[in-house]
Design a protein around this ligand. Structure first.
Ligand code: GLU
Length: 292
């Protein structure tokens, strides 16, 4: 099997130290496997998309020597593919319309009808699963999540499991604002791009079981996963993110940025004369650390 990996940034701002660590890990894993590394711009959530951010990310990757293969996919242009997957599931009775507002879902959580999952998220209580209440219109469209534990092996974190029905409940595939949900877009696109391996930040670990369930219902081949540690802000201890003001990568000093990302992933430093020798050596070390 030929390895196909991908980096799938949401263009809500430039790459910072945290997103660079993820990009580097997925690039190294692809190169260590003699695989392809694809770039997908996840601009499905249009209100969160910052105009020009995708182009900035591409220029940053280029300056850092993290070259991608083939055509870039833009999620904002993939509506037909998401609709087809949605229709396939709907034809099998696996989707239903939900009339609940955010407020009503939060209220049922307050009334103790649901237990918070591991990351504090409340599962959808299933209010509209057996039909919309009188006088209600569908706002969002949800997947009927099958019961059962979802198991998978994470190449960084080891064995993982989640009961999606319990922890998350029937999740939305099309949101109340009419946008396609990230969970659907990612599964459809990974399959369309022939992705075999997902390497991404540990903040997405709790989405993986959902994506596996969805992929299986769509008859898609299972993927391998690796969730790398999130880079925390040294002073606040919070995840580095655009929201909490992480500065953009300084592409004027690409080697410094790459070395920092490598060490933030937990690898010991080594000397390198430039970005090309650094990436060659890091690829060899990565292959030694993650054989197979
Ligand atoms: N677009 C997501 C993000 O930037 C990543 C999705 C993924 O790798 O599956 O957080």
């Amino acid at each position: 099997m030929t390895y196909v990996g991908r980096f799938a940034p949401s263009p809500s701002g430039p790459l910072h130290a945290g997103s660079l660590a993820t990009a580097l890990a997925s690039w190294l894993d692809a190169r260590a496997h003699d695989g392809r590394w694809l770039l997908r711009i996840e601009d499905v959530d249009t209100p969160r998309t910052v105009p020009g951010a995708a182009e900035v990310i591409m220029a940053q990757l280029h300056a850092l020597g993290l070259a991608w293969d083939g055509e870039i996919i833009w999620q904002s242009r993939r509506g037909d593919a998401y609709q087809t997957a949605f229709d396939t599931l709907a034809a099998r009775g696996l989707i239903y319309g939900c009339g609940c507002t955010r407020r009503e879902i939060a209220d049922s959580a307050l009334r103790g009808q649901t237990m918070p999952g591991a990351d504090g998220e409340r599962p959808y209580p299933g209010t509209c699963r057996h039909g919309l209440p009188e006088g209600r219109q569908a706002r969002a469209w949800r997947l009927r999540v099958p019961d059962g534990l979802e198991h998978f092996e994470d190449r960084w974190l080891g064995p993982q499991e989640q009961d999606v029905a319990q922890a998350v409940g029937d999740f939305a595939l099309r949101r109340a604002d009419g946008l396609w949900a990230y969970q659907l877009a990612v599964v459809v696109d990974d399959a369309a791009q022939g992705v075999t391996d997902v390497v991404r930040g540990a903040d997405l670990l709790s989405s993986t079981a959902r994506q596996r369930v969805l992929g299986r219902l769509l008859g898609l081949p299972p993927l391998r996963y690796m969730h790398v540690p999130l880079i925390l802000d040294a002073s606040s201890g919070l995840k580095l993110s655009k929201q909490n003001g992480a500065p953009p990568i300084d592409t004027g000093a690409p080697l410094t940025a790459l070395k920092a990302a490598w060490e933030a992933l937990g690898f010991p430093p080594f000397a390198a004369a430039g970005i090309a020798p650094f990436l060659r050596e890091a690829t060899a070390r990565w292959a030694g650390r993650f054989p197979g």
